[in-house]
Design a protein around this ligand. Structure first.
Ligand SMILES: [Zn+2]
Length: 236
């Protein structure tokens, strides 16, 4: 779009940062730089054996796992997740995916080294219709755009429309709720064979959903490797 036209549109329809409510500058994405820079970063991407990785110990073997920021109530992080899940802000998912990918490449080790395919945790068809999109797929799209690693979201499907994990407060219920609800799409299984997959989710609370996905993939295609990236993570 012509820069002058962009300025006119911005003048007529000023955009606001959904997190702090301040007016967005032309060069900003869907969230302002202040909000982006004050997110509570976990730095898990350069912390081998971090608390997210520990959630999978003894359950399913993974290569590495990292989260972009901590999920704390009534915080910027909380607002971002709500925008993404409940206010139809799909673009924010893509943008946060891109920001996370850039952030994960800061430091000595490249978190994405050797990863062949990005797979988002699937939503049920019903939930995807209701929301209009799968929020994890939006994050995965952003990571793919920033890294050039292809998306393989069709490789994994959700076979059961289970109740939302967020309504279950009890950890045991959360693990039971996701048992056996995912399956590898056999037509796409060849794309996973011998590959290193990055599983992507919006928030990890107990690790139950990601464990269920990773276990399903490992059982169907034992020779693949799995790493994990989530936008947010709760602290226990
Ligand atoms: Zn802001």
């Amino acid at each position: 779009m012509h820069p002058l036209l962009t300025s006119v549109i911005d003048l007529l329809f000023p955009r606001k940062c959904p997190i702090c409510g301040r007016r967005l500058k032309l060069e900003n994405g869907t969230i302002c730089m202040d909000c982006l820079s004050t997110l509570p970063h976990t730095r898990y991407h350069s912390w081998p054996g971090n608390p997210l990785e520990q959630r999978f110990y003894g359950i399913v073997p993974i290569e590495r796992a990292a989260s972009y920021f901590y999920y704390t109530p009534q915080s910027h992080a909380h607002k971002i997740i709500h925008e993404l899940k409940y206010y139809g802000n799909a673009l924010m998912g893509v943008e946060m995916g891109r920001c996370m990918a850039t952030h994960f490449q800061i430091g000595d080790a490249d978190f994405f080294e050797g990863i062949d395919l990005i797979v988002a945790v699937p939503l049920s068809a019903k939930r995807t219709r209701q929301r209009g999109y799968n929020q994890s797929a939006m994050i995965a799209k952003g990571i793919s755009e920033a890294t050039g690693i292809p998306l393989g979201n069709d490789s994994l499907v959700r076979t059961v429309d289970n109740p939302s994990q967020t309504r279950l407060k009890d950890n045991m219920q959360r693990w039971e709720n996701v048992k056996g609800i995912f399956a590898v799409n056999h037509q796409e299984a060849h794309r996973i064979e011998g590959r290193h997959i990055l599983l992507v989710d919006d928030v990890s609370t107990t690790g139950a959903t990601l464990s269920a996905c990773a276990t399903t993939i490992k059982e169907a295609v034992p020779n693949c490797r799995i790493s994990i990236a989530t936008l947010a993570v709760t602290q226990r």
